[in-house]
Design a protein around this ligand. Sequence first.
Ligand SMILES: [Zn+2]
Length: 336
Amino acid sequence: MRPEDLLRPTPQGLYCPPGDFHIDPTQPVERALITHGHSDHARAGHGHVLATRETLRIMQARYGDDFAGSSEAVTLGEALRIKGVTVTFHPAGHVLGSAQIAVEAGGLRIVASGDYKRRADPTCLPFVPVPCDIFITEATFGLPVFRHPPADGEIAKLLASVAQFPERTHLVGAYSLGKAQRVIRMLRDAGYDRTIYLHGSMEKLCRLYESEGIALGPLANATVASGHKADFAGAIVICPPSEITERWARRFPEPVACFASGWMRIRQRAKVAGVELPLILSDHADWDELTATIAELSPREVWVTHGREEALVRWCSLAGIPARPLHLIGYEDEAE
Ligand SMILES: [Zn+2]
């Protein structure tokens, strides 16, 4: 069997003809296998959805009970047969419930890794390398300039700033699924035990994480009662990145705009976004993690999906591994 006969890019996303299913389709399809809950990968409106239990819960929390015609939870590592194709989900280390999907038929195994990272994350299972013939990788940070520093150091930077400015509120912009909970959990691991305040849009997914056993410590709504602005002096508030410099931010005393993202590696990007304290914290693999993963798996071929494909494709060629970009559309740059 040729690889393209097992899995191929289509306008709706990756499609498996013999199994008649799509992986992370960007448009409604009959049968969808979903790697994780970020909205560019997990969309509402499919006929049938197969995903981890956590991902299904996230989709339900975001889109409501009727997010799909029907759904089925898969167990990590357990092989499923779909019309002659064997499918297995494996941890991807990206966010809670995130999985790589291995598709196998006729002695050929292709792993679609979805989004992934290799660093420790206290809010999800670590990435498991799955031997394969074809490895499909993302390339969100697929340029040598992207080297994320150790995450602990970024959290220490935030805590040092909180200690230095006890009269100001630190507003930490963080994507609502994954990043927000990781920042909170890492603050707890660093010994921060005060109440952490949440923008209203963060609450549902934080509660979901807690119900999955990820303790986030004391949390409260970031609602300022009139005349009590000073209550937030010295506090940490987690909010969507779009809010850190908006009108909403002005309700807090002398807010310090922070943004936790891999993009904060680019100084200009932080500056344009009005970020005073950039925190380089990513849920995607950086350049070293991408290349180390490919070297470790040593697949027969690499397919590169969304992000900066070209540099990674060239790196693979130089390493003697045939590689090609898939040019899939509809997936965003760490949109969450
Ligand atoms: Zn993602």
